[in-house]
Structure formats: structure tokens, C-alpha cells
Design a protein around this ligand. Structure first.
Ligand code: HEC
Length: 237
């Protein structure tokens, strides 16, 4: 029976129901009990207190926290914003912050390599020099030999004929030290760095040269204003 037919069977003073459910009363006692019975069957009775977390879950979470803590402690980089700089070195940064800058031996040589950019034009990146014009530094007895002589060459320069690895050169090596008339005026530290570098590059293996040693030689030769000659350096061979 459709709604239209239903409507036509009712007496005219009775309003037609809008919908079947509109006629029904709200929930009665019976229907409430019925619903509660279903709920009771399907859901557990609520109880006081709490259920403990399953042990394995507790284990997993504790392990995660432990691993994360170790990771953070290990890689925190002192929470320094500079930590994203790939050259950042927490130990060196601390040393720099407290007192004068102290370079590690590797940093010292690396700095020397940068200074060597000035020497490249003549002695070449290969350290082999230019035949007949600029003497080689690789396997040179001047570089590997007595540091007293080598430091003097760098500080004041070198002039006139010299022998390197059996060949004679006759040119002018400029003065690099803070000496009267010297063009480059490099600090003792820069000189020590570049000398340490050329003593350890291209297969050279000679002891490093310290800034203190350069300062000592500079002091000893304070009166000198001219480049050295090979003969003058004989005592330091
Ligand atoms: C303008 C070119 C020039 C530059 C720059 C130069 N040199 Fe030299 N160097 C020479 C010449 C030329 C000689 C040979 C001097 C002579 O004949 O008396 C020489 C000689 C030397 C020697 C001794 C001989 C040998 O081969 O071992 C050393 C060591 C040396 N130079 C190191 C350096 C270093 C380190 C630098 C950079 C800090 C440098 N030179 C920059 C031209 C240069």
C-alpha cells in the first residue's frame, strides 16, 4: 500500500502521518533494556583502574627512547648552529674560543697548501719548477735539508747561481718574511706553514717547521736586508 492510498483511507479530520516513525512514541522501558542488553553483550563491563601496557610494547618504546637519546648525545654538536658547516670541528672550535688559535698538524699543512698558491707561478703545482728557470721543490736538497737554510731562503730570498739536484739555476727568489725591503711581509706562521707543506708534499718527507723556529731565525738575522747567495748559506747546509 502506497502513502497516497493510506492518506485516502483516513477520515478528513485526521492529519495524514508524514512518516511511519513520526507516530511512534520515544524509547520505552523495554526498548532501552533491549539496547543495553546488546551493549552489555558486545562491550566489556567498564572497570576501575587501568590495564597495564603490554610488556613488549613497553620494551619497544623504551628501546626507541634509549636509541634516540644515544643518537642525540652523540650527534648534538654542542647544539652549535655552525654544526651544519662541513668544516666544523667541535674540538677546534672549543680551542679557538679559548685562547689563541691552535691548528692541528693537518690544518697546519692544509693552511700551507693555501699559502703555496703564491709559489705556484714559479715552482708549479707539481713542485717540479720550470727547467732551467725555476728550481724544483720536489726532492730538492734545499727543501729536505737543514731547516736553518730553508727558513733563510724564504725569509730573505735567494739570488745568484745555485745548484738543485745537479742542475744550476740563476734567478731571484723573492723575500717572503717581514724583512726590510721584503715584498711579501708574510707572518712567521705563514712561512712555517708553507715550508711544512713543501716538506711533506710530492713524496717529500721532512720534519715540519714550527712558527717558533721561523721567529728564532728572523731574530738572528734581523740585520739582513738582501737576498742570500748560495755561498753565504754554506754554514747552514
Ligand atoms: C717569482 C718566482 C718565484 C716565486 C713566486 C717563488 N720562488 Fe722560490 N725560487 C725562485 C727562483 C728563481 C729560485 C732560485 C734562486 C736562485 O737561482 O738563486 C727559487 C728557489 C727556491 C728554493 C731553493 C731551491 C729549491 O728549489 O729548493 C726554495 C726552497 C723555494 N724557492 C721555495 C719557494 C716557496 C716556498 C715559495 C712560495 C712561498 C716560492 N719559492 C716562491 C722563484 C720563485
Amino acid at each position: 500500500m502506497s502513502d497516497d492510498q493510506k492518506k485516502s483511507n483516513l477520515p478528513p479530520h485526521v492529519p495524514a502521518p508524514q512518516h511511519e516513525r513520526a507516530e511512534q512514541a520515544g524509547a520505552n522501558d523495554q526498548s532501552i533494556q533491549k539496547v543495553h542488553a546488546i551493549l552489555l553483550r558486545e562491550k566489556e563491563e567498564p572497570s576501575e583502574g587501568f590495564t597495564p601496557m603490554p610488556l613488549f610494547l613497553l620494551g619497544i618504546i623504551s628501546t626507541m627512547i634509549l636509541v634516540c637519546s644515544i643518537y642525540v648525545v652523540h650527534y648534538r654538536g654542542d647544539f652549535d648552529p655552525l654544526v651544519y658547516d662541513h668544516r666544523y670541528d667541535a674540538v677546534a672550535a672549543k680551542a679557538a674560543a679559548s685562547g689563541p688559535k691552535v691548528l692541528t698538524p693537518e690544518q697546519f699543512v692544509a693552511a700551507g697548501k693555501r699559502q703555496y698558491a703564491t709559489c705556484v707561478a714559479c715552482h708549479q703545482a707539481s713542485g717540479l719548477g720550470v727547467a732551467g728557470v725555476y728550481p724544483p721543490l720536489a726532492a730538492s736538497e734545499w727543501v729536505l735539508g737543514n731547516e736553518e737554510r730553508l727558513i733563510r731562503v724564504l725569509l730573505h730570498g735567494l739570488n745568484g747561481p745555485i745548484q738543485v739536484k745537479g742542475n744550476t739555476y740563476n734567478g731571484l727568489m723573492p723575500a717572503f718574511g717581514k724583512v726590510p725591503g721584503g715584498g711579501y711581509n708574510w707572518s712567521n706562521e705563514r712561512i712555517a706553514q708553507v715550508l711544512t707543506y713543501i716538506r711533506q708534499e710530492w713524496g717529500n718527507t721532512a720534519a715540519p717547521i714550527t712558527t717558533e723556529k721561523v721567529a728564532e731565525v728572523l731574530k738572528a738575522e734581523a740585520a739582513r736586508t738582501k737576498p742570500w747567495t748560495q755561498d753565504e748559506l754554506k754554514p747552514f747546509e
